[in-house]
Design a protein around this ligand. Structure first.
Ligand code: LMR
Length: 383
């Protein structure tokens, strides 16, 4: 069989569930269109840029190679930001943002012959892609968030998972915006320990719940202090606005240095070494007290803005008889509406409002100018 026949035999595959919608949005020529599909911070209908990041852009001079595990100043500072601990000689790798960190974790675990992964029943669509393409059997634990997180179901389903891999999201749960409370994290950590599980933590939004970088990582600190084998996968796409620079990190909380050269071998064969430019921006900010403070203030500013958007939206919806009460219990960029697939299609076709098929909207893309249009459009499609 030649390659053309082989391609013909493949099943038709749709576009990516997030980037595909963004492409449709780009092609839409209507002025009224709103892109609520992708998770980015927005200011005045444009991508939000941190001032403190802007100020560093001209200071990063070299185009030389980084080492396989990345910029060592960056990885040290990254470790300290994510875990709240001083770096000594833990296993840390600069990765191609959060996706790259999860994908690297999947490859390492694959090499160690793990076959099963448990994901939250509602999760970021790309978690499925990453683990499927690394040949894992995908299972789900209950993450039921309407009208609020069902802790009993969550803990009950996790109690059945043994000797396996479990993925959690540290904060600003994607797509629901509904997070696990600290006392439930304590119980989860105990369960993971009793059941001999390994955890993978997706930490893509640190800082964007409370504005306090050292508060949003409660679960990570707990998994580390309780010595749960953990793969902590963090992104600096949102909390530094470095989306396209692909800056993130993988921390492997396992005390066995033999793994190091194996991880580096995987990196070398996948992409050789990570990008320099964005890592030096993060390094410059995290290593300087004044810049750090400015950055943390800007992160906090985004949190306040997201809270205001929630209040405005909730109020406006209520005035129009639409009761999305649970918006106020959500964190970060996202809220998952109850809208069905036909209603979501109508919003797109009739009103140019683009959101994910699973009902997720990015609240950061709403503002005082487009909010009434959004609410009125929702009202019309609900009739
Ligand atoms: C999202 O969920 O919209 C973002 O994390 C972007 C992405 O890569 O999917």
């Amino acid at each position: 069989m030649n390659i053309i026949n082989k391609i013909d035999k493949l099943e038709e595959l749709g576009e990516d569930k997030i980037f595909g919608i963004v492409n449709e949005y780009k092609d839409d020529e209507r002025d009224c269109k709103i892109n609520l599909a992708i998770g980015v911070l927005v200011d005045d209908n444009k991508l939000f840029k941190f001032n403190v990041v802007k100020n560093e852009e001209d200071k990063c001079k070299t185009h030389g190679y980084l080492s396989i595990s990345g910029n060592s100043n960056f990885t040290k500072l990254h470790y300290e930001l994510v875990t709240g601990n001083k770096y000594t000689d833990e296993l840390v790798y600069q990765t191609l943002s959060g996706t790259g960190a999860i994908s690297l974790a999947a490859k390492v675990l694959n090499m160690l012959d793990y076959k099963d992964i448990y994901l939250p029943s509602s999760t970021w669509t790309n978690h499925n892609n990453i683990f499927k393409s690394n040949n894992f059997n995908i299972n789900y634990y209950d993450y039921i968030t309407k009208p609020r997180l069902d802790n009993d179901k969550l803990l009950e389903s996790l109690s059945k998972v043994k000797n396996s891999l479990v993925l959690f999201q540290s904060c600003c749960h994607n797509p629901t915006g509904v997070d696990i409370e600290n006392d439930t994290w304590d119980k989860i950590v105990e369960l993971m320990k009793q059941n001999n599980n390994i955890v993978i933590i997706d930490n893509a939004y640190q800082g964007l719940v409370s504005g306090n970088l050292d508060e949003d990582n409660y679960s990570i600190k707990k998994f580390i202090s309780e010595k749960i084998p953990s793969f902590i996968c963090s992104s600096h796409a949102k909390n530094f606005g470095l989306y396209g620079q692909r800056i993130g990190g993988l921390i492997i909380n396992i005390d066995n240095k033999k793994l190091n050269n194996y991880v580096k071998k995987i990196i070398r064969s996948e992409y050789s070494s990570p990008p320099y430019f964005g890592s030096s921006i993060v390094e410059n900010i995290l290593s300087n007290d004044d810049k750090y403070k400015l950055w943390a203030k800007e992160v906090y500013g985004q949190v306040i803005k997201l809270k205001k958007i929630r209040v405005h939206l909730y109020t406006k919806l209520r005035q129009n008889g639409i009761m999305w009460y649970d918006i106020m219990n959500t964190n970060g960029l996202f809220y998952q509406t109850n809208l069905g697939i036909e209603q979501i299609k109508k919003l797109k076709i009739k009103y140019g409002i683009y959101m994910l098929e699973n009902g997720r909207i990015n609240l950061a893309a709403l503002n005082l100018d487009n909010m009434s249009y959004f609410v009125n459009s929702v009202k019309k499609i609900l009739k």
